[in-house]
Design a binder for this molecule. Sequence first.
Ligand code: PEP
Ligand code: MG
Length: 869
Amino acid sequence: MGYVFDFDHRHERPPMELKDLLGGKGANLAEMTSVLGLPVPPGFTISTEACRAYLTAGWPAGLDEEVAAARARLEERMGKRLGDPEDPLLVSVRSGAKFSMPGMMDTVLNLGLNDRSVAGLAKQTGDERFAYDSYRRFLAMYGRIVLEIPGEEFDRLLEAAKELAGTDADAGVPVVLLRFLCDSYKAIVERATGRPFPQDPDEQLRGAIEAVFRSWNGPRARAYREHEGIPHDLGTAVNVQAMVFGNRDDRSGTGVGFTRDPNTGAQGEYGDFLVNAQGEDVVAGIRNTLPLSALAELFPEVHAELLEIFARLERHYRDMCDTEFTIEQGKLWMLQTRVGKRTGRAALRMAVDMTSDPAIALSRAEAIQRITEDHVEQVLHPQFATQDLEVLTTGLAASPGAAVGRAYFSADDAEAAAARGEPVILVRTETSPEDVHGMLAAQGILTARGGLVSHAAVVARGWGKPAVVGADALRISGRRMEVGGTVVAEGDWLSIDGSSGQVVLGQVPLTAAEPPPELQTILGWADELRTGHLAVRANADNGPDARNARRLGAEGIGLCRTEHMFLGEDRLPVVRRMILAETEEEERAALEELRAVQREDFRAILEEMDGLPVTVRLLDPPLHEFLPDVAELELKRATKGLSEEEERLYGAAKAWREFNPMLGVRGVRLGVLKPGLYSMQVRALMEAAADRVAAGGRPVVEIMIPLTVARAELAEARRWVEEALAEAGASGLEVRIGTMIETPRAALRAGEIAEVAEFFSFGTNDLTQLTFGFSRDDVEGRMMSAYLAKGLLPANPFETVDPAGVGELVRLACERGRASRPDLKLGVCGEHGGDPASIEVFAGAGVDYVSCSPFRVPVARLAAAQALL
Ligand code: PEP
Ligand code: MG
């Protein structure tokens, strides 16, 4: 098989299925030409395979010959030759990758013009102005894209020519000046390259093809692919197509048309066009475009033909299509089509509408598959209303939605500003539990450090607050920060987009979050499909969050992190008293106090989740997280001195300080050192459950031990829990005892661990951290971006579960666990539980549910259904 295919080549499969080979644009051009028989200017596609070969080993052998043969066929068909001094053929050379990358790669138009053929074009069209304008455009495009001469050099001269002619419009430049511009452009090329502008069409064609290949690796294209998760090794196809001219005269024009409204999903054609213009003019927005409906008056026949084509395209692709078309002297030509991009609102409406459209007859399963995570997020959260932004910096997109507020650099200042009625963006190097009040008061959160499972990210997601974290260009000091030379002071306006990670200075207008009714329809269909197979729960640790989770469709709580209950202002001193206790009595008294408050928290959660399972995890983090920072106390000690209480805290903080807290005394190990703690938590929970039963409720409780590594350790922890249950008189209640699987050892030994656990919940945050040996708090930012940029990792494993390593451990643990206990319940409660690609991996491993932050629940419901399809 060769590298070059005419648009009407007879492939073995429908060309629209050959995007890997022909790229999206090439596949659709071939489909329109050979399957649909639409009026498409003839041409040929050089495959992505040729591009890949070029990128690895230079210009492929045999390609020149294939291109020459395809060119000859095209010339034959058109009855014109490239470069012909009498009646030249002109072609466009455009990129076209498998996935659309709008504006990221290069295009050369009007190729085939030279000093002789321009005269032929003038003669044939009877329009010298048109011919020299086309030549000028070609010289500048070729110079910029193929010969890599800065575009400004050409633009400057064009501006000067317009000034000289006393006009603002390109079209107002007279022929003499256009001829002069052509000569000047050629001189620029000769000066920059040391060679005259290539006059030979063969050389022009090869140069343009090579430039398109090269543009695959241009910085814009690379950055776009990284953002969109498109692999770097696909390469682009190149489409060489006979030019048609929308700028010939007033019987010509060019436009962009959609078969439905891509913003709202409303039925009926939508788009813009310009009379007497080339495609670039529509996109560049220089002239005011006319709505597509105006075609009906200006070009009634073309309008009718276009609508007929739109109907055929929708029927054929069974989806909304976007198109580019050109009218040349009254004749309609289709230059491109593809299934069109759309907003979330439009996607939802179209998917639902198309199930009852007899021409398309989408099934419910297909409708579900048409909706992406982004579509759902877009309608659930406010977004930036404009894309035309000057971005200050970009961090990690940690919690979706956009927010606007004034910058405050400490939690106290943020809280005070919010109390004065100001919208606030809290900006911190990183956040800790001590910042929670400021985070609560803020519209959005921005941090310089930390990754997708950092404190700021997890807390913000839990509350559905927009957050950008790990924006490592921020230099924060006191009440100001500097970002790449720009200073942002306290009170300055900032806008952040937690869906893209963008940070913008000033107030960006936002669109409102307005879920259309079709969201409920689609989620309802998704629920029907997955019920009984893959449930969706939420991670929540208080009553209001639990209520919210249930409203968004959660079927229980998969993770209640009880440490969050210890951090309230009224709780922290009691927790510290427990840590500082010198006698057993003091410790018991502190634990009793904690029990009373925890009981209330649990009661509220169980009430909200009545009848649904609630998984309560016993205390997990290292104790020093509840103590003040040693370095801060040291500083205060050396400068102002410490109170007696502070001295004691300082002593405790030093005693509990660990070099590597993530690997120190945390999880069940904490329970081994302080068993009273876990008994207290179980008693509080059981009392809350008993209160609920007394009130006529039906609490369903699951008690979960974190970070276990061995059967013996879990058996011991289980014994404390059972003793506490017996003490609390919990008979008659539905209680299960299980463990988190967060260490590779636990995953490997799942068979024996399951003997003492009724359920497993995979803590994939820690499991990822420990499997890779990547600290979840330290590798984001510099290291992760370098790894992703170099392609050393396909994706950030804290965002999308690593299917080969961590995913394998999950599969293995499910298998071994279920082998020893067939009715073992399996869930996932790491942050991956809300990520669609990860949900697919977990569904493949056979888990019973995923659990994620409440605001992710709708996305997880959809993704769970998609994973089962
Ligand atoms: C986990 O490790 O995946 C988990 C859910 O626990 P945490 O994030 O609280 O460590
Ligand atoms: Mg964990």
